[in-house]
Design a protein around this ligand. Sequence first.
Ligand code: NDP
Length: 500
Amino acid sequence: MSIDRTEWGVAEGYVREYGHFIDGTDEPSIGGERIERHNPASGELVASWPAGTITDVDRAVKAAVRAFEDGRWSGLTASQRSDVLGAVSRKLKSDWKRLALIESLETGKAISQSADEIPWSGDMWDFAAGQARALHGDSYSGFGESKLALVLREPIGPVGIITPWNYPMVVLAQKLPYALAAGCTVVVKPSEFTSGTTLELAQILREAGLPDGVFNVVTGYGNPVGQRLAEHHDIRLVSFTGSTATGRKVVEASASNMKKVVLELGGKNPNVIFADADLDAAVDGAIKAFVYNSGAECCSGSRVIVERSIMDSFVAKLDERLDTVSIGDPLDPATKMGSINNKPQYEKILKYIEIGKDEATLVRGGGASPQLGGLFIEPTVFKDVPLDATIAKEEIFGPVIAVIPFDSIDDAIHIANDTEYGLASSVWTSDLATATKMARKVNAGVVWVNTFLDLPSEIPVGGVRQSGYGRENGRYAAEEYTVVKTVVLQDPSAAPRYLV
Ligand code: NDP
């Protein structure tokens, strides 16, 4: 049964209408056009926001530049900034229901998952609040008694943040609080499909005491809004999460003023299961790794690489356990997997499933579930997938896995690394030597052993190869938003002379 929407903060049938958020106020777009968002699980109109223009981006950047230069945020003490971030964290942890509902209405994801994601985001704000105070530079004193060198960490300047539709609040929480902790001001462009919670957050930030102009949101399409932000001369860093193809465009656009870029891109992540693994745990992990968030997960374990000796028992158990995954109404707390987020993504996944049918053996699923009334796709399992198959190579970003056999640990390492990506990986084994070798040899930003999508705020995440660069979360995240400045202090009475 669905949750009571009124009790969760947004009555059934209510359509939320937003403006951009610029310099502390809600503003319409200069162009006047709007984007309507329909719930992908039901088709119901749930919200609308402006289709921003270049002029809107320029206005928001101007506000962020002004707020940066007059020091209304960067000039505060770290402890004052930390207080604001902490207040946001407390709000997200205690008052999450309305945001969780909005997240599910706009993304189609299961409400049980959204109900985790908002407090999880709050935890990142909490961690970043600590980082605001922990950020520090360095000093050198080995040059004799009359000289000292200091290494300062200063905020890099106004930052652009571009986020995707799969985790609107979580991805924002991996970036925004760290940028604010460092003293930066920000312009965010959320996905055209899921801008609601980012705009709701603006109100929370205002109530928490963030000065006007420090946080700005311009909604709209990737081009022109994201493109303009990535190109803008007054933006000093762009942090982007999304596809590798768009990431490349962001890098190209950044050349306009040589701005720094932090990229969290796609993956074709290996999930390697050895014969000595706890099979129940490995099957459960493999299911979470492609069903969670309907597979729209950059760390998704989309290549399941299984030791040949257990292949049949693994696939049989996987098939059996998938019977227990409830798919359907995202607002039913019992639902594990909701709908696909948007029509282009839905069509893309179905196209890959058809390609897979020609490349490998279909074990389960294999199509849409139109009887559920929205953009639903069955969890789909392919086995005997050749290494050069399209479904073994390309990111599908849906509930589809390619199961691939291996014969030895070296074989497993070779297959795991046979990709242009390198975001995440999982290994399931009870042998420490196997775990250690895999952890050292797999090319990925993270190696999970006997667990999946285990992301406490303390640990950094990010990719290698075409999965991007730069790190989010952990102490590294706030540092990304700083520049290092060196100061050399010389006692003038002992200053070395050039012309003597
Ligand atoms: P995109 O990479 O296009 O979208 C991510 C964000 O970038 C969105 O806010 C988008 O805007 C924006 N954007 C689009 N074009 C530009 C541009 N030229 N300059 C700056 N920003 C831009 O992903 P899609 O939504 O098109 O999804 C396509 C594929 O990307 C998926 O199938 C999946 O494979 C991958 N993906 C990976 C994600 C990850 O977490 N690594 C997340 C999402 C997608 P808008 O959408 O509003 O137009």
